[in-house]
Design a protein around this ligand. Sequence first.
Ligand SMILES: Nc1nc2c(ncn2[C@@H]2O[C@H](COP(=O)(O)OP(=O)(O)OP(=O)(O)O)[C@@H](O)[C@H]2O)c(=O)[nH]1
Ligand SMILES: [Mg+2]
Ligand SMILES: [Zn+2]
Length: 299
Amino acid sequence: MKGIVVNIQKGLYKVRPVNGAEDISCTLRGRLFKQSRTTKTLVVVGDYVEFQPVMGGRGVITTIEERRSKLIRKGAGKKGVHLEQVVAANIDQAILVFAVKDPRYNKNLIERYTISAKYGGIESVICFNKIDLIDPPEIQEDVKEYRNIGYTVLLTSVVVREGIEELKSLLKGKNSVFAGSSGVGKSSLVNAVFEEEKARTNTVSTSHYKGRHTTTSSQVYELPFGGRIIDVPGMREFGVIDDGTGIRNAFPDITELAKRCKFRDCRHINEPGCAVKEAVESGLLEERRYRNYLKLRGK
Ligand SMILES: Nc1nc2c(ncn2[C@@H]2O[C@H](COP(=O)(O)OP(=O)(O)OP(=O)(O)O)[C@@H](O)[C@H]2O)c(=O)[nH]1
Ligand SMILES: [Mg+2]
Ligand SMILES: [Zn+2]
């Protein structure tokens, strides 16, 4: 039988059969189980798997299908060793959730997410949540900047229910992952979309949100209007994994400018006739973005 992994907890994989039957708790077959001890994210939420029913109403996963797309990050492992981690598989778009306040977004982080998404074959939507906490003009410039680059930018508030209908129309018929730091409101947005408490959120006042990790395991939710959402736990660290395709595609503005550099192999550092540097000097390209580009390219 075939199914999709909808939740993973304590070595148990909850699989939703594609034929519409009830979710079934599965373990991994011997060979896969062995592999899973060395490959941390051998099976992730969103993976399509083959499984066989066994005694006690459980199942055993026998094969994992190749992933069509994936969100990957580099996280800190034990003793500072960096681990490549697949966050979710088979997704069309990442709804990258950032809070405009508590905790305030960081533009370098937005860029890291968009690169990794692109590298994994996923489109990004930038969602600025908690807009009830600020005056909208405060973030107008950043919103304009990302829209000019070509991203869909959403402004949402769960509290005053703003931007939720727009979010719903973006989610319709697609597989989306809600990614972002802990406390930005991913699970709250899931609940707002469903208009019911599907996911547990941190309802305590936000002054102690930091490191609070309310969602502890990824969960798939089927949308009543087609498509599904994967709500994932907040990520403390989001390091980029890329072979160059992610950065080229996530910085289309710089890729476009680079076509006008004097030298075809221009590194945009100190070469004469560099259109990228000129754009920074004339204020067309934000200096911070340019520096982050160089930094991420160097990885
Ligand atoms: N003011 C305001 N608060 C919000 C909004 N959305 C979420 N919050 C609050 O932000 C806090 C964190 O929300 P969660 O939905 O649990 O955040 P999360 O991103 O799922 O966090 P993790 O599960 O830890 O990754 C809660 O106290 C929410 O009530 C919003 O639009 N405006
Ligand atoms: Mg959550
Ligand atoms: Zn150049």
